[in-house]
Design a protein around this ligand. Sequence first.
Ligand code: MN
Length: 199
Amino acid sequence: MASSLTTYRKKRDFKKTKEPAGRKRASSKQLKFVIQQHAARAMHYDVRLEIGGVLVSWAVPKGPSLNPRTKRLAIMTEDHPMEYGKFEGIIPKGEYGAGPVILWDRGTYKNLRDVSMKTALKEGQIEVFLRGKKVRGGFALVRISPKTTEKSKWLLIKMRDEYAHARKNPVSSQPESVKTGKKISDWKKKIKEMEKKGK
Ligand code: MN
C-alpha cells in the first residue's frame, strides 16, 4: 500500500522548503493534535489529528469556534507527517502553500466515540476531546461530502460541554504561537525584510 504521505511529498520540494519530509510513525500513547495558522493565498487554520501514525489534516478558513451553534467549514487536505506538528516558519515564495505558518495550538486528544479513529474517519463522524493550550473540550468533525478523500468537505463543531462558550474566541484574542509567541504578522514583517535584502 502506498504511504499516505505520498501526496504530501509530491507537492513539496524539500531542497527549497524547510518543511519536514517526515515518515509514518508508530502511534503515540497520547494521541497528538496541532492547529497551525497558515497565511497562504488565503488565511486558514490547519487542524491536524494524529491517526495511524500520521497527521490527518483539515484546512479550516475561520479556525475553531467554541460556540456549538457555529459550524466551521473544514476542507480535508493531504496527510502530513508527525514531524510537521513542530513546524513553524516560512514556506518560500513559489512553493506549495507559500507563506508563514505558526503553531497556534497543540496538545493531546482523546477519541470520544466507541469505534476506532480510523473507522470514525472513514465514516465521516469524528468526536474528540481536545486538550490544547487554547482549545479544550469536545469537538465533532462531520463529513458533508460523500466520501473521506482529499478536498472532502466537513464541518468542525464544538460539542456541548462545560468548555463550550458563546463569545470567547481564542482565534482573535490569542493570535500568538504557543511555541515562539510570534504572530503571523511578525513573520510577515520578516518576509518583507528578507525581500528588501533581496533574499
Ligand atoms: Mn495550510
